[in-house]
Structures are given as C-alpha cells and as structure tokens.
Design a protein around this ligand. Structure first.
Ligand SMILES: [Fe+2]
Length: 187
C-alpha cells in the first residue's frame, strides 16, 4: 500500500475531513493517519479495534476505531454548533475537527490487533499521539487536544476545542460501555 492508497482510504473513512477548510491542517491530519498506518503495517483501517482492553472486559469485540473517531468528531461538531448559536464564543471548527479526527491516533501504535505494544505498556494512552501529530506538522493546539482528551493524562483541557473533544469522547465511550453495562459506574 503506497501513500496514495493510504490517502484514499483515510478520506473514505473520515468524510468529516471536508469540514476542515485550511488545506495545511487537513493535509496534516491525513499525513498523521497515513504515517501511522505505514509505521504499523495497517492496511485495513476499518478493522482496527476501538480499545482492546475495554473490549475484552466488556465482551464487545465488534467496536471499531474509525466508527468511534467519527462519533467523537460529529459529536464535538454538534456541541460546538449548539453552544455558539446564541453567544459569541470563539470556536475554531477547523481545529475542533482536526483534533477530534486525531484524538485517538496513538491507538494504531499502542495495539497490534488486540495485543498491546511497548508503546501502550510503557507510555500509556494517549501520549504517543502528541509525537505522531507533531511529526506530521500539526501544531501544539492539535497536540493539546490529543493530550487533554482523557483523564488518563494529568492535562486538563485549556481550550474550548479540547474541552468539546473530551466531552464528545466521554459520551461516545459511554455509549459503547452502555451496550454491556446497565450501570456505567461498574466498568
Ligand atoms: Fe476516543
């Protein structure tokens, strides 16, 4: 699979890329995914699981990363559209979509199929994503969204874009967990 094939796969997987107006930002997101696929020998992007340890615990083998990333991106967009409707708040929709699309990109490096790699064991989720997006030329605002999207890091969201991606991710992850749990406090 060459770079052009990766590019087409990524654009097909994530139609939300069209919501990024800035060409460099859009290309940076595609480059980050393309490099991650190449580095990890991923050819079937749609087959990549959402989060293997949780899927094992919950017995939900069919959840996929691409669907989750799209849920988070669309969820963050809907939140941003509602919250900016009746007040002046400066949300960058470009940054929001770019950050949402790469928030879990480290998972391509953290897992080989359902198995953890040294990156997951030694660095944990989602720290390596900061390296991946930075290497693709995306700036610290995008890296911050990656780093602050989960309580697994000690970094809280500093920007409205990071906050919205984190909330959308929590909601999307809860929707997956709710498939297996009648009480979300139990897992
Ligand atoms: Fe996520």
């Amino acid at each position: 699979m060459d770079d052009q094939d990766h590019c087409e796969t990524i654009e097909t997987a994530f139609p939300e890329l069209d919501r990024i107006a800035d060409t460099d930002l859009r290309e940076g997101v595609i480059d980050a995914w393309s490099a991650s696929m190449a580095d990890n020998g991923v050819t079937d992007l749609e087959a990549v699981p959402w989060f293997p340890p949780a899927q094992r615990d919950l017995d939900l083998p069919d959840e996929r990363l691409v669907s989750h990333v799209r849920d988070v991106t669309r969820g963050a967009l809907v939140l941003a559209e509602i919250l900016t409707e009746r007040r002046t708040v400066d949300v960058s929709f470009d940054l929001l979509v770019a950050g949402a699309l790469v928030h879990d990109i480290s998972k391509l490096h953290e897992f080989n199929g359902m198995e953890s790699t040294a990156i997951e064991r030694l660095l944990g989720h989602p720290h390596y994503g900061v390296h991946v997006v930075s290497a693709a030329g995306l700036g610290p605002e995008v890296a911050h969204i990656v780093l602050a999207h989960t309580r697994r890091t000690a970094v809280a969201p500093a920007t409205i874009e990071a906050e919205l991606v984190r909330r959308a991710d929590e909601a999307a992850a809860a929707a997956i967990r709710a498939r297996a749990l009648s009480d979300l406090r139990n897992g």
